[in-house]
Design a protein around this ligand. Structure first.
Ligand code: FES
Ligand code: FES
Length: 216
């Protein structure tokens, strides 16, 4: 194969990886690994079960700026409602027990684990998921764009939660140091170990370019 052909093949791989990352970051679309899916669904079983004698209720919750009417079981978690009733599958279920951060959403501007938040508890509050971060014309949020530019994710499973956590961080602290960002993101685990990529992206989104690639 000529050098030109090799270069073209490498460029095509690089572009398709960028395209994959864009899709992951914009909507959380990702081919979940079996272990992630099994872990999430197995752990969700108790939340699905209706408590004896309890009554199902139709509630309105504000998600991504829209009032959504949904039938919610008494002990249903927000992650279950978002994913399986509202079709917002960008919110991932990893551990389903408040350990990994894959399910991170913002509620009134603060991050929460949706797997450990009861949907009935968010009535009257504003929920933002990764799907709600895009601009009115569909453009990526600057943090999402920075994640793309830094080719942040590896498998992409943890990425929606990482993006939401990063947006919440920069809303509260627009110019964090790398160490502050590392601390703020410590509730979001990444099995692929892409932590430095994510920190680079956060530094880029914060305009703190001198701290990109300088962290350990
Ligand atoms: S799924 Fe792991 S913290 Fe929610
Ligand atoms: S990119 Fe794979 S789990 Fe974080």
């Amino acid at each position: 194969m000529s050098d030109l052909t090799v270069d073209a093949a490498a460029e095509a791989r690089r572009l398709s990886r960028r395209e994959f990352i864009k899709r992951v970051i914009a909507s959380g679309a990702v081919a979940s690994s079996a272990s992630f899916v099994m872990g999430g669904l197995a752990g969700c079983a108790p939340a699905r079960r209706q408590v004896s004698g309890a009554v199902e209720r139709l509630v309105s919750i504000n998600v991504n700026g829209q009032l959504r009417r949904v039938d919610v079981l008494p002990q249903e978690t927000l992650a279950m409602t978002l994913r399986y009733k509202l079709g917002l599958t960008g919110t991932k279920l990893g551990c389903d027990r408040a350990e990994c951060g894959a399910c991170t959403v913002m509620i009134d501007g603060t991050t929460y684990y949706a797997c450990s938040t009861l949907t009935h508890g968010v009535r009257g509050r504003k929920v933002v998921t990764v799907e709600g971060l895009r601009g009115p014309d569909g453009e990526l949020h600057p943090v999402q764009q920075a994640f793309v530019d830094e080719l942040g994710p590896q498998c992409g499973f943890c990425t929606p939660g990482q993006v939401v956590a990063a947006v919440a961080l920069l809303q509260k602290n627009p110019k964090p140091s790398r160490e502050e960002a590392r601390h703020a993101m410590s509730g979001n685990l990444c099995r692929c170990g892409a932590y430095d990529n994510y920190l680079n992206a956060i530094m880029r989104a914060a305009g703190n370019l001198t701290e990109i690639h300088h962290g350990a």
